[in-house]
Design a protein around this ligand. Sequence first.
Ligand code: GLA
Length: 391
Amino acid sequence: MTIKPLDLARLHEERFHGPPRWIVRAPGRVNLIGEHTDYNEGFVLPLAIDRAIWISLEPRDDSKVVVCSADFEQTGEFSLSGLRHQQQGWLEYLKGVAWSLQEAGYALKGWQGIVLGDVPRGAGLSSSAALEVAATRAFAAVSGWPWEPVLMARLGQRAENAWVGVNCGIMDQLISAAGREAHALLIDCRSLELTPVPFPQGIAVAILDTATRRGLVDSQYNERRASCEAAAKAFQVSALRDVAPARFQRESHRLDPMIARRAWHVISENQRTLAAAEAMRQGDVAALGRLMDESHESLRADYEVSSEALDTMVAAARAHPACRGARMTGAGFGGCAVAVINAASADDFRCRVAAEYQERTGHVPALYICRATEGAAAIAWNPVPRNPAAG
Ligand code: GLA
């Protein structure tokens, strides 16, 4: 499904009997390399993809937010004064964002609108971060403050950590807020410095959805974080970012072997991520692919967040001659892999890898070639006269 602003505006008119004032888009993401490094203040290299959460909205006179989710076919509402946790589900992400913005001192106005998205849920493509960033963008538009991507991403992350209760790092919200068309972003998760990195010529990025969804991900995720914190403490640094490979080699015998393996993944992954960004700048696709392959191996053997389905998908991708490198992406335990492939063979790659994976696992996968897009944006919607060019 490709979502078009004009279609969303029509839905809005049907539901609220008037046009929206803004249409907001916040993309999902795929991470090329730099996995489980963000909460260790390390480096990541994601891109914002051409799948997104969209919100149409118009201001309200009261302090309510009334939202209709076209995907869930549900309407929810809450008052901006006296926010309270009520249930699980999509509305809590919007409430969490309102809470986080208010905590940071922003005065919020009420609005009503429609949420619609085409980011697969639970697939490791950050549909929840996209929803948080879209909601943040909506509040910024209706309340009249400028869009500051880094600051807004941090407030979105705070919503996820403190309201939704998932202890994620900054990567997903930041790439959704600040992505650059045709580029990946090298993010320094300590300074939050963003460096756009262009794609080498002739290369496409394929997302390979295993059609398996991660179970127990939150507890496993938190357990990995705790191991990293224990390792940082043993090295007497504030984050594993500060442990150089040579120091690790000298001193790791002091660590519990499992903690040491976790730490080595993070330390080596930071090196790979910086090297991968450099390889992209140099147009060295062979080096980029090799680093992605090594990243998968490290996540599988040392960090232990892969799964049989992900390993099978990665193997199927690598067996295709167009594949230059492939790895699991996101938190792991299911969801998607990512591959860098020769663009000219993209169709053949999709068909053959999907068939191979299905034959080996019995799961029906979804494979798509993605484009790197801009981060979150709000379009001021001008309803009269109807202007198809705006759609
Ligand atoms: C999830 C989290 C991110 C990051 C990745 C793993 O997507 O939300 O912050 O930690 O896992 O790299």
